[in-house]
Design a protein around this ligand. Structure first.
Ligand code: SF4
Length: 687
């Protein structure tokens, strides 16, 4: 008799979205037998969505990278690790020595572990000497973080998912929660049913949560600052502002109140298209509720004034006293599973791990001491974020890039420009699981392991740090991210000696006060910690219970000005293109596209067209149409649906080799340089 291989059961964390579901993965050899959610899982309990449960076939895909690749005469050839690592280390140092530290740019993965993010920024800052380091939060959540920094002081969600469940009223703005954060949506649906929680949805798109809302408001795209400010004004004018809270905790009340003069209900109605009585109803529900949680996502942030709109939402929460109590606060919904952690652990152009600013002497001295160097060796100039790094590459200012697990060639706006910029680089390294669209531009491709083949930690949308364990051995010669980065550093003369990712976390916890009490021991099994974590391990599920994270312990109301979107439809490009994700797919489908059962759910792209526009243009269900922006064109079949309205189209982001960003432009939020992905004027032709 042959012995059956043993069945193993290992805890892992889902890497498909910011909810941070964890579950047991049952395996035999390399076969993933099942994903089993368990009640102990802190963010999801016994729930998962279709991706977390089933979309794992990519792990054993024949297309996985299993050997390093080096470009030789324009073609990739396989190489061993020694040759690839030596080449990477040598070329990065050569570029630095020839052109200076700021001629290099680093992008860490917002899907990879915290330890990976920490090491990417450590190589950039400690070895190369540049702050040109970032992660994909630049494309999604930076504007939300900016809005929170301006007002309450921390860039993360104000409370936990439990708070969202407990709130009397939940307001969802510019977030297709049921598709993008399915388990949080399920918990809101349960709270509606079991506790009578009230739900307001404010979104141009009529998605599932809009259909389930007690009140659904449909503003014109990009006008959120207006209605939010009009609601704030209404609170002051109708004695619904929380005066006691404002007096005790908030600066700038008078100045802010005065600045609201233009934001009348009439003005908001005219500009947003939301009827006055609906604005009043929303204001009355929010103003009279004991606790309100406000969730927002890329419908707010991917606009040319995304930071300002995010700030307006946080202002509204302050005016109504909705911070620091259970069931209250602002909740930017983090998209990628570790976009929060990649930012928390320092993959940002201006922040060390734990958010000390690079120009703040105290923070710089602390990190220099922690790394055993002089503060002068660390740059005090903020670097370039992703978007500006690519622009700088196009201008030949940046000459080498190192990208870990990010599909920049697909995810950045105006794909043509990104590709041109990458072709101009002297040297490019991509570390990934697959030969991604971005990796195709690289000089060296380093084969990394997916989450289930390495240990590490992740931070979900509610700031919860969780451990993920190694389920399978690395496939072929692929290696964990932390190990590749440690090896690259060693070959550049910096032998940091890490033999396990827990040592990376221990180093970060020793230097960054925000993570002082974080350790692998305290995160063992199903245990988790929500930052900030004090030295004794006490964590912070709800922020601002005892003051805000600004120097004086108070929040700030932030004065804003209304500015219209940068790119709007005109006579020639007469339609607006919206875009976003579907529940069944993930980004460019490198992972979900390799699980047949998932892929078959929605195997191709489409364009949503409103019934009004379809009637006007003679478009029927399935008619092929060409959608053209000032940049390029894409062709897809039409789906006629009232999820979109009037002259707005919607396209999922997942499909096509170049994808929707062939159409999007480079106009961006001036505060954080997040491209205005959702402000694209297009025209449509019937094919
Ligand atoms: Fe994974 Fe998000 Fe689905 Fe949870 S809700 S299983 S984290 S994709």
């Amino acid at each position: 008799h042959l012995r059956q291989p043993e069945i193993k059961c290992t805890k892992t964390v889902c890497t498909y979205c910011g909810v941070g579901c964890s579950f047991e993965m049952w395996t035999r050899d390399r076969h993933i037998l099942k994903v089993q959610p368990v009640p102990e899982a802190p963010a999801n309990g016994i729930s998962t969505c279709i991706k977390g449960k089933f979309a794992w076939d990519f792990v054993n895909s024949e297309k996985r990278l299993t050997m390093p690749l080096i470009r030789d005469n324009g073609r990739f050839r396989e190489a061993d690790w020694d040759e690839a690592l030596d080449l990477v280390a040598r070329r990065l140092l050569e570029v630095r020595d020839a052109h200076g530290p700021d001629s290099l740019g680093f992008i860490g993965s917002s899907k990879g572990t915290n330890e990976q993010a920490y090491l990417v920024q450590k190589i950039a800052r400690r070895i190369i000497g540049t702050n040109n380091v970032d992660n994909s939060s630049r494309y999604c959540q930076n504007p939300a973080t900016k809005g929170l920094f301006r007002t309450v002081g921390y860039g993360g969600d104000a409370g936990s998912i439990k708070d969202i469940e407990q709130a009397e009223v939940v307001v969802i703005v510019g977030s297709n929660t049921a598709e993008n954060h399915p388990v949080i949506a399920a918990r809101i649906k349960a709270a509606q049913k079991l506790r009578g929680q009230k739900l307001i949805v404010i979104d141009p798109r009529k998605h599932e949560m809009a259909e389930r809302a007690d009140l659904f408001l449909r503003p014109k795209s990009g006008t959120d600052l207006l209605w939010a400010s009009a609601l704030s004004r209404y609170m002051f004018d109708h004695d619904l502002a929380d005066r006691e809270f404002l007096e005790r905790w908030v600066n700038g009340v008078k100045e802010y109140r005065d600045s609201l003069a233009p934001f009348t209900l009439e003005f908001a109605e005219t500009e947003t298209g939301i009827e006055r009585q609906d604005l009043v109803e929303a204001a009355e529900i929010i103003g009279r509720a004991k606790s309100v949680c406000l969730l927002w996502a890329m419908g707010i942030t991917q606009h040319s004034r995304g930071s300002d709109a995010s700030t307006a939402l946080s202002n509204l929460l302050l005016v109504t006293g909705n911070y620091g109590k259970p069931g209250t606060g602002g909740y930017p919904m983090r998209g990628h599973n570790n976009v929060q952690g990649a930012s928390d652990f320092g993959c940002l152009r201006d922040r060390y791990p734990g958010y000390g600013h690079v120009s703040d002497n105290e923070a710089r001295e602390r990190w220099a001491e922690g790394w055993g160097i002089s503060p002068d060796e660390l740059s005090d100039e903020p670097g370039y974020g992703n978007f500006l790094m690519v622009q700088a590459a196009d201008e030949r200012e940046i000459k080498a890039m190192y990208i870990v697990g990010e599909e920049t060639a697909f995810s950045d706006s105006n794909t043509h420009n990104v590709h041109t910029a990458f072709e101009k680089l002297d040297f490019m390294v991509v570390q990934d699981v697959f030969l991604s669209r971005t990796a195709e531009f690289a000089d060296v491709v380093l084969p990394a392991c997916p989450s289930v083949e390495q240990e590490g930690t992740y931070v979900n949308t509610e700031r919860r740090i969780q451990r993920s364990y190694q389920v399978l051995e690395p496939l072929g010669d692929s290696r964990p991210d932390w190990r590749i980065l440690t090896d690259v550093a060693a070959r550049m003369g910096h032998d940091w000696g890490y033999t396990h990712p827990s040592q990376v976390m221990a180093e970060c916890a020793r230097i960054a006060p925000m993570f002082a009490g974080v350790s692998y021991e305290r995160l063992e099994g199903w245990k988790s910690q929500l930052w900030p974590v004090a030295e004794d391990g006490t964590d912070s599920p709800l922020l601002y219970t005892d003051g805000f994270a600004n120097e004086d312990g108070r929040a700030n109301l932030y004065v804003l000005e209304w500015l219209p979107p940068e790119e709007a439809p005109d006579e020639e490009y007469d339609l607006l293109l919206d875009n976003g994700r579907l529940r069944e797919q993930f980004q460019g489908t490198n992972q979900t596209g390799r699980t047949e059962g998932i892929w078959q759910q929605i195997p191709h792209g489409f364009v949503e067209v409103s019934p009004e526009l379809a009637a006007e243009r003679g478009i029927e269900e399935g008619t092929w149409v060409r959608v053209s922006s000032r940049r390029d064109s894409l062709e897809f079949p039409a789906v006629i649906t009232d999820r979109v309205r009037g002259k707005t189209l919607f396209m999922p982001i997942h499909f096509g080799k170049p994808g929707v960003n062939l159409l999007t432009g480079e106009h961006n939020d001036p505060d954080v340089q997040t491209p205005a992905f959702k402000e694209t004027a297009v025209k449509l032709e019937v094919l």
